[in-house]
Each structure stands twice: as C-alpha cells, then as structure tokens.
Design a protein around this ligand. Structure first.
Ligand code: TRH
Length: 356
C-alpha cells in the first residue's frame, strides 16, 4: 500500500522521531511505499542520518508544501494518510483528495498511552463532513490497542559487540572502567543538579552521559558554578542519529529518557530508567505516568515497586539506589514481556491489519 505520513514538529524531536521510526518500519519490514511530508526537514534528516542508505532511499521525504496539489502537480492519492499526533492536513492536499476517484483512509495517530480508556477509543471512526473515512489509532501497551513501535529491536547479546559510533568515540574514550554509566535526556524542569549531588554521596563512581543541550540546561538551572565530586564525571555527547542514540541506551546502566520515543527505547534496552514524562496542563501527565507504572510494576515485590515509583517521580537516588540490581533484573523481564506481547509486529503491523 501507499502511505502519506504528515509530520508537523510542535517542539523537540519526538514528532519526527516517531514518524521516522514508523516510516522505516513500514518500508523495510513490511514492504510498504511511504512518503513523509514534514515541516522541519533538517530535524527529520538529523534523526534519520544514521540509517542504512538502502532504507533511507526507499522513503520519500518531502517538505510539507510538496503535498499541495496544483495544475502542474496532480494528485497522487495514497491508500492511507496518517496525521501524526492529530496535525491538521493542508487544505491544498485535502483539495486533491476531494477530487480523487478512490478515497484513502485517514488515520489520526495519537500519542502513546498506557491508560485503560484508550482501548475504548482505539479504531473508532471520526466522521468528517467531507466524507473521507477517518479513524483514531492509539498506540499502547495492551493487546486490543495500536501497539508499540519497536523496530529496530536491540539485541540483548550483540549491542556491546558493535563498534562505538564514530561520533561518540572521543566521549567513550573518557569512560572509566569501573564507573556506572547513566545517560541523561530530560526536560529543563528536572531537579537534575540536586539528583547528581545526591548520587555523588553513594560511594560509587558514575559517568554521566549528557545528551545534546543537557549541560547547558544544567548550567541554566543554577546561579552557581557546577562543582561535583570526582565520583561524578559529566561527559557531553553530541546529538547523534536515532540509531546511535538507541545504541547509547543499551550501553548504559541507567537511562533518563523523556517524551514518547526514547521512553520506548529505554524499555527495549532492558535497563532501569526514569521516564521524565512530557508535562501537560491539567497534570494529565501524572495520570499517564501512573497508568504506565501500574503495568510496569504489576506483580513486582513491594520494595521494588516503591523504589521505582520513588525514582520515577524524581526521588533522590539515595532513597532507591539499593534496589538497582533488582530493578535491572525486572527491566530485563519487562523487555522480554514487551517483545512477547508485540510479537505480532507491534504498531506498524497492527496499522496494516487495521487498514486491511
Ligand atoms: O524530544 P522529545 O521530548 O519529543 C516529544 C515532543 O516534545 C512532543 O511534542 C511530545 O508530544 C512528545 O515528546 C511526547 O522526546 P522523544 O519522544 O523521546 O523524542 C526524541 C527523539 O530524538 C527520539 O526519536 C530519539 C531521538 N534522539 C536522537 O536521535 N539523537 C539524540 O542524540 C537524542 C538525544 C535523541
């Protein structure tokens, strides 16, 4: 089938991250034909830069305006149109669909959520006055919803054998052999400095891999110079491609992630993590986090449960660090559970089945 994915970058990288991952999965694993129309090509291309050229060449990446029909640029109607995160389709693209003899199906690809209510809304029609069929599609963890974007699945055994990506070699050379490794990708409102100061009291060494912009964010969070004990080494890494970032997560003992895509990748890395969830007005993010923790911690012993909830709500490491080994074992089980539950191919496969 032919797919048009519309990706409007609201902020940060998540919109592009999800659209790109979906496009490559549909193309490389499911033999679909995909065009992406994006209003910020530099961001999309940055994320996509690490991928095998044979995959990239198959995906038609276009600027947003290239979707506009005019006399010289006739309609090429796809089978499916995806409005990622409810972005509004351009009127000049819709004009083409109105006159197309065969109408596509439009899907409003929603945000990922572990909340139980999404099962009731997933796949429901969203009737439009123009009459082109449109449906809601909710990615999620449960069987009866849209699934997760899992590709490419990191291998538990082979990731360490991969060569360190060129962009990261100078950072990797600074790592200390007996230090634990933590990657950090969080929003500015995290109490990161206090968290690192507390971690410094644990008696262990930690190498902290700060993703692009995190050091600047940390500096802005305080009026004083950042002075941390030697047990904490800060290493800034550059913005790397999506594949390289995925690899970084597998190489750390603990990850701090955010948004939607890095959140799923941290789970697939099979390591303990803090999900610094995207803040929403009316505190909707707290409900979303609690819904995820209900699934993630189902059937775990009480001590681990409390430790993880504490960590995920930015409790200081001294309050939960002793549970790290147990959490690590749990993270591996959770990874296996996710892969089993989404053995049907997850989100791209469920999308194709839904359309079929
Ligand atoms: O960047 P995010 O915070 O993105 C989003 C957006 O804010 C969006 O509006 C919001 O709705 C959503 O979160 C919930 O976090 P996310 O989703 O993890 O996306 C980051 C992407 O960037 C992900 O695909 C991984 C990638 N990435 C790289 O490719 N290289 C890097 O160096 C880093 C740090 C990330």
């Amino acid at each position: 089938m032919r797919w048009d994915i519309f990706c409007q970058i609201v902020d940060n990288y998540g919109d592009a991250g999800v659209c790109w991952r979906l496009a490559r999965s549909l193309t490389s694993l499911h033999g679909q034909e995909v065009r992406i129309f994006c209003d910020d090509l530099p961001t999309l291309n940055l994320l996509a830069s690490g991928v095998d050229q044979s995959i990239k060449q198959k995906i038609d990446i276009q600027p947003w305006e290239a979707s506009h029909v005019n006399a010289r640029h006739p309609v090429q109607t796809p089978d499916v149109v995806i409005e990622a995160f409810g972005c509004e389709l351009p009127a000049r693209y819709m004009a083409g669909l109105f006159i197309a003899p065969v109408k596509p199906i439009i899907l409003n690809l929603e945000y990922l959520s572990a909340e139980p209510w999404i099962a009731e809304f997933h796949g429901k029609p969203s009737p439009q006055s123009h009459g082109i069929p449109k449906y809601f599609f909710f990615p999620g963890f449960q069987d009866e919803v849209g699934g997760l974007l899992l590709d490419p699945i990191p291998s538990e055994v082979h990731e360490s054998e991969k060569l360190t990506p060129e962009d990261l070699q100078s950072c990797w050379a600074q790592l200390r052999p007996h230090a634990k490794r933590i990657s950090v990708f969080c929003y500015p409102d995290a109490p990161l400095l206090r968290w690192l100061e507390d971690l410094a009291n644990s008696g262990e060494n930690f190498d902290i891999l700060l993703t692009h912009g995190q050091l600047e964010q940390l500096k802005l969070s305080t009026s004083k110079p950042i002075i941390l004990p030697k047990s904490i080494q800060l290493i800034s890494i550059p913005f790397v491609s999506q594949d390289e970032y995925d690899w970084v997560l597998t190489q750390c003992d603990f990850n701090i992630v955010r948004g939607e895509d890095s959140f799923v990748r941290a789970q697939l890395a099979g390591k303990p993590f803090i999900w610094h969830i995207y803040q929403q007005k009316d505190r909707a993010h707290e409900v979303k986090l609690a819904a995820f923790l209900d699934l993630y911690l189902d059937n775990t012993p009480q001590a681990l449960r409390l430790a993880v909830i504490n960590a995920m709500t930015w409790g200081m490491p001294s309050q939960w660090l002793e549970s790290l080994d147990a959490w690590n074992a749990h993270a591996k089980l959770w990874r296996a559970h996710l892969l089993k539950k989404h053995g049907d191919g997850g989100l791209p496969a469920r999308l194709i089945r839904f359309i079929a």
